[in-house]
Design a protein around this ligand. Structure first.
Ligand SMILES: [Cu+2]
Length: 242
């Protein structure tokens, strides 16, 4: 009886250790999800954001006690570059993905797009929200998807989808010429957009060898090839310069 208890205790400990990834020499079960995690940096002096003149629409201007600035280069602490889309561009063995139930949300707030760069899956619902008092007219300019433009007064609900992969679709407002953003559409769930520190994490990857691409609206793309083992959190960094 005592021996049996010891056996159960040991196997529980092994399972626990494995799930925590602390058992030496064992990376986890073959199907344990992996991830790639790191940051994107801008090397050198990034172009300074410029002030946006919103005086054309007082409802926009009054939303900004201090003037809003352009978002083409958003560089944070220690050169971290925000709004970079990092994604698997090659190496997936499965190509059959259902879009998530949860809709993506693009907000127009202070007459700017929030977020400035949005990533979602093909056929995932996109809720477009106008939080401003003014009326916007959102107008994506795709190459590989259906083009549309919609007038959206405050409070009007708007839902759209994009059927095909496209990285990335420029979005503008037909009313306010300074309003610019991007929507990246993926046929798989393995993508992330860097935060204000330039950090990203692409999660729940099957182990494998992948080409990973980082896309920035002004600086173009960079790729790296990585092999990620089962349960491994692979560090990966990108550096852009102009
Ligand atoms: Cu607008």
């Amino acid at each position: 009886m005592k021996q049996k208890f010891a056996l159960i205790a040991t196997s529980t400990l092994v399972a626990l250790s494995a799930s925590l990834g602390i058992l030496p020499g064992w990376a986890g079960p073959a199907d344990a999800p992996s991830s790639v995690k790191g940051s994107v940096k801008f090397e050198g002096t990034a172009p300074k954001p410029s002030r946006i003149d919103m005086s054309q629409d007082p409802l926009c201007a009054k939303a900004h006690p201090t003037p809003a600035t352009t978002e083409e280069f958003v560089v944070g602490m220690e050169g971290g570059l925000a709004n970079v889309v990092v994604y698997i561009s090659d190496g997936l063995t499965s190509h059959n993905f259902q879009p998530p139930q949860q809709p993506a949300v693009l907000e127009q707030k202070g007459c700017q797009y929030k977020p400035h760069v949005l990533a979602l899956e093909a056929n995932q619902k996109l809720n477009i929200v106008n939080s401003d008092e003014t009326t916007h007219n959102i107008h994506p300019n795709p190459n590989n998807n259906r083009e549309w433009n919609m007038t959206q007064p405050h409070g009007m609900a708007l839902e759209q989808t994009f059927a095909r992969e496209e990285i990335a679709i420029p979005v503008k407002c037909n009313v306010h010429p300074w309003m610019k953003g991007f929507i990246a559409v993926f046929k798989h769930p393995y993508f992330a957009v860097t935060d204000k520190n330039g950090s990203f994490e692409v999660k729940d990857l099957p182990p494998g060898t992948y080409t990973i691409t980082a896309w920035q609206e002004k600086l173009g793309t960079q790729t790296q090839k990585v092999t990620i083992g089962a349960g491994e959190a692979k560090p990966l960094d990108f550096t852009f310069k102009q």
